[in-house]
Ligand binder design. Structure first.
Ligand code: DND
Ligand code: ATP
Ligand code: GLN
Length: 545
């Protein structure tokens, strides 16, 4: 006697908190899985009803009531196909992160996530109680072990399900992207499959949620850990895998094998998805960007156009007396190549008006960064005025190197609702710009080859104030992303004066980062929820050497 299940993998872009619309979306996918792919069962991602991570929405009692109502609606509405879904469930003992089988219109089996991640961007112990027992359910003659995301990253939960008789592990995920995450994740899941000699159906969320991007990339392994089915990254998808058991032998037949994206394409796509979902899920008609002729605003603009379409991106060049002709030419050339609305608004009269009004209080003082910051603030005010009038949100353009050392003006070029490149170090900004030009040539070559400059005073270049980016970026990676002690950074061959300068700047500028716009996370350690340092701090790491 043979048993067979046609399992659908639903890689759905849900909206955190949009429970009703998420359920509508699941219903829509379920109908397609039933009618187009003839699936018996469709597997969705972790907390698919609420979106991941719902954060403190979970603490509102009305939220959990709504989840239960919508779960009921989902059970009653879907016909002719069964589902595996994730949702939070409040009980007398606390809140649990659940994975359930909905069979024949009712909840047939429920599992509570055992391993709750509480590191990096994860904070699940703030909300959830850990589950304690495995859940294995027989489905059409084959035993399925239900598990949730972090469960598979540790010894214990998968082995427990297998010990209870699971023949296939179902693992539902809210696993966010960072560069190199896909191979890391695959290595963990494939090793677990191989160690337990049990195939894994891994389904991940897709879409942007504030700073996080979920890449999807759902897949299925056989019992040896070989990937036999691979879905695309950064897009919604529905596909199916057939599991057959003939006596003791289990065979899995996949239907899709998407190739892995190369690293720069993967990062670029993550940035595009992060911007698109932030802008669209927050209800903006589009964005506006200050386009300077420099590399940061150039890359931000291509990301915005790829995310939202040319009609939904406006740019403003705001020249001043220090703006070079090549900046004006290159900003115009890029806008033309992308086919976007291009405005020119001079900040000269605004700057003069400020200086005139400030003259009495500034009398007897020297020119310094005050005057530079007034230029950046005239631009910031102009962008915000345009945003208020048109409903287009400002995309701010500070890269990770600048955000690290505070090389940006508060309430000036730091204005904006979201930042596409906040977690992208400057050297990577250049690589991504070159990568984007291989897709189609839109960023003028000179923008990539010229020396970076803030153009806030005559002949200014970034390296007047900062170490060269080729030196700055690796020091920042060691200090910011790896918490490497200063002496170890020096031991790796970096000049002591650079290391001291960079560390002081990073530590001194926590206050700026705390006021900065959120942006897409693409590294293992981004600013924001991932790196929480006090603003007021007496600790000086560099005094240890
Ligand atoms: N701990 C703290 N908590 C709260 N506030 C604090 C603070 N420390 C200073 N402040 C405040 O912050 C002010 C200083 O910050 P801010 O006004 O931003 O100015 P500041 O950091 O002094 O200057 C901005 C720097 O960024 C450079 N820049 C500007 C624009 C664009 C670019 C670029 O290439 O992209 C570079 C510019 O050349 C200059 O070196 C102080 O006057 C003080 O009011
Ligand atoms: N002349 C300008 N016109 C329009 N926007 C500008 C102008 N100058 C600066 N900005 C805005 O302020 C941001 C900070 O720019 P700035 O030129 O000071 O530094 P940057 O880090 O070299 O950025 P970019 O590489 O984009 O020029 C720019 O990315 C842009 O959004
Ligand atoms: N939601 C989760 O449990 C995610 C944690 C997991 N280690 C991941 O990033 O894939």
């Amino acid at each position: 006697m043979s048993s067979e299940i046609n399992i659908g993998l639903a890689q759905i872009n849900v909206t955190v908190g949009g429970i009703e619309q998420n359920v509508d979306h699941i219903i829509d996918f379920a109908r397609r899985a039933r009618d187009e792919l003839a699936c018996d069962l469709m597997v969705c991602s972790e907390l698919v009803l609420t979106g991941y991570p719902p954060e403190d929405l979970l603490l509102r009692s009305g939220f959990n009531t709504r989840v239960q109502q919508q779960l009921q609606r989902l059970c009653e509405t879907v016909e002719g196909i069964d589902l595996i879904v994730g949702y939070p469930k409040k009980t007398a003992a606390g809140l649990y992160n659940m994975c359930a089988l909905i069979r024949d219109g009712r909840i047939d089996a429920e599992y509570a996530k055992i391993k709750l991640p509480n590191y990096s961007v994860f904070d699940e112990k703030r909300y959830f109680e850990p589950g304690e027992i495995a859940c294995v359910v027989e489905y059409k003659g084959i035993n399925l072990g239900l598990t949730v995301c972090e469960d598979i990253w540790h010894d214990g939960p998968i082995e427990a399900a297998v010990a209870e008789g699971a023949e296939v592990i179902i693992n539902i995920n809210g696993s966010p992207y960072h560069s190199n995450k896909i191979p890391e994740r695959r290595a963990v899941v494939c090793a677990r499959a191989n160690a337990t000699q049990t195939p894994v159906v891994y389904v991940n969320q897709i879409g942007g949620q504030d700073e996080l991007v979920f890449d999807g990339a759902s897949f299925v392994t056989d019992k040896n850990g070989a990937v036999i089915h691979q879905m695309a990254s950064f897009e919604e998808g529905l596909s199916s895998v057939v599991v057959v058991r003939d006596q003791a032998e289990l065979t899995l037949t996949g239907s899709e094998m998407e190739p892995e994206l190369e690293p720069l394409a993967s990062i670029y796509n993550a940035l595009v998805l992060g911007v698109r979902d932030y802008v669209q899920k927050n209800g903006f008609s589009g964005v506006v960007i200050g386009l300077s002729g420099g590399i940061d605003s150039a890359l931000t603009t291509t990301i915005a156009v790829d995310a939202l379409g040319a009609d939904n991106v406006d740019v403003i060049m705001m020249p001043f007396r220090y703006t070079s002709d090549i900046s004006k030419e290159d900003a115009y050339a890029e806008a033309k190549a992308l086919g976007i609305q291009y405005h020119v608004i001079s900040i000269e009269p605004m700057y003069d008006a400020f200086m005139q009004q400030l003259a009495p209080v500034f009398e007897g003082t020297e020119q310094d960064t005050t005057e530079e910051n007034i230029q950046a603030r005239c631009r910031g005010l102009t962008l915000m005025a345009y945003s208020n009038k048109t409903g287009r949100m400002v995309l701010t353009t500070g890269n990770k190197s600048e955000m690290s050392v505070g090389y940006a003006t508060l309430y000036g070029d730091m204005v904006g609702g979201y930042n596409a490149i906040k977690d992208v170090p400057k050297v990577l900004v250049y690589e991504l710009a070159k990568y984007r030009n291989t897709v189609s040539q839109v960023i003028p070559e000179r923008v990539i080859t010229r020396e970076p400059s803030a153009e806030l005073r005559p002949d200014q270049i970034d390296s007047d104030s900062l170490p060269p980016y080729e030196i700055l970026d690796p020091i920042l990676e060691l200090y910011v992303e790896q918490d490497c002690p200063p002496a170890e950074i020096v031991a790796k061959g970096f000049a002591r004066e650079y290391v001291t300068q960079v560390i002081r700047m990073v530590d001194r500028n926590e206050y700026k980062r705390r006021q900065a716009a959120p942006g897409v996370r693409i590294t293992k350690r981004a600013f924001g929820r991932d790196r929480r340092y006090p603003i007021t701090s007496g600790f000086r790491p560099e005094v240890d050497w």
